[in-house]
Design a protein around this ligand. Structure first.
Ligand code: PGA
Length: 251
């Protein structure tokens, strides 16, 4: 069984005072090597200090996006080598808030993911359908298109995927276990067709209103290898409750 990955996405939240939450989460993790992996993707401004405070603990720190180029005239952007140097181990790429708010296409997402891998980071590549796409029955077709484009040029052991239905992000609306199981099985099948045997072990996270109340129901679903958690990752107690729900499955 894949070791589960419980990943927090702080989005545009977090000032220095919130480093206390990083310390509380790091202190609350299990020490065992069989325990789930834990990750917090914090704002770029907090990354170096969060990584310093998490060092020597089981908590990994990650970024939330990166540019596809290593350096250059890209005002306001952050490159993968910059994140790596600041202490990141992972970076989210293609989050729906970047795809819709910043016009990031599958092609751009793939280039960012390749840049992350080249810098020694593990990209967490996000895919997911809108409510309109789901109600019109286009979910699997949309996911297939996003996977085909966003994984271009990547090796199977170099990235993590996250399935995040857009209508479930930050809305309190969670996909049903049957909906999650269907899409995750579809993604697994896609990965096996594309990569063969190594496609069986690529981690696929679920994201979208995951919280302490539903984690124990969602995390055991077949092909769910962890979670990408927005709102509930801002509170140490909530993040740790989700982490403990994953840990309870590994013992
Ligand atoms: P949410 O966000 O848990 O607040 O729904 C998930 C995400 O956007 O990664």
């Amino acid at each position: 069984m894949n070791r589960k990955l419980i990943a927090g996405n702080w989005k545009m939240n977090g000032l220095r005072v919130d480093l206390q939450t990083v310390r509380e989460i790091a202190a609350g993790l299990a020490a065992s090597t069989a325990a789930p992996e834990a990750l917090l993707c914090v704002p770029a401004t907090l990354l170096a200090e969060a990584a310093r405070q998490a060092s020597g603990t089981a908590l990994c720190i990650g970024g939330q996006t990166c540019h596809s180029q290593e350096k250059g005239a890209y005002t306001g952007d952050v490159s993968a080598p910059m994140l790596k140097e600041a202490g990141a181990g992972f970076v989210i790429t293609g989050h729906s808030e970047r795809r819709t708010g910043h016009g990031e296409t599958d092609e751009i997402v793939a280039a960012q993911a390749r840049a992350a891998v080249n810098a020694g980071l593990t990209p967490i590549i996000c895919v997911g359908e809108t409510l309109d796409e789901r109600t019109s029955g286009a979910t699997l077709k949309v996911i297939e298109g996003q996977l085909t484009g966003s994984l271009d040029g990547l090796e199977p052991n170099s990235f993590v995927l996250a399935y995040e239905p857009l209508w479930a992000i930050g809305t309190g609306k969670v996909a049903t276990p049957a909906q999650i199981a269907e899409v995750h099985a579809f993604i697994r099948q896609f990965l096996e067709q594309r990569f063969g045997k190594p496609g069986q072990t690529v981690k696929i996270l679920y994201g979208g209103s995951l919280n302490p109340g539903n984690a124990a129901e969602i995390l055991p679903i077949s092909n769910v290898d962890g979670g990408l958690i927005g709102g509930a990752s801002l509170k140490a107690g909530d993040f740790l409750a989700i982490y403990n729900a994953a840990a309870a499955l590994t013992v």
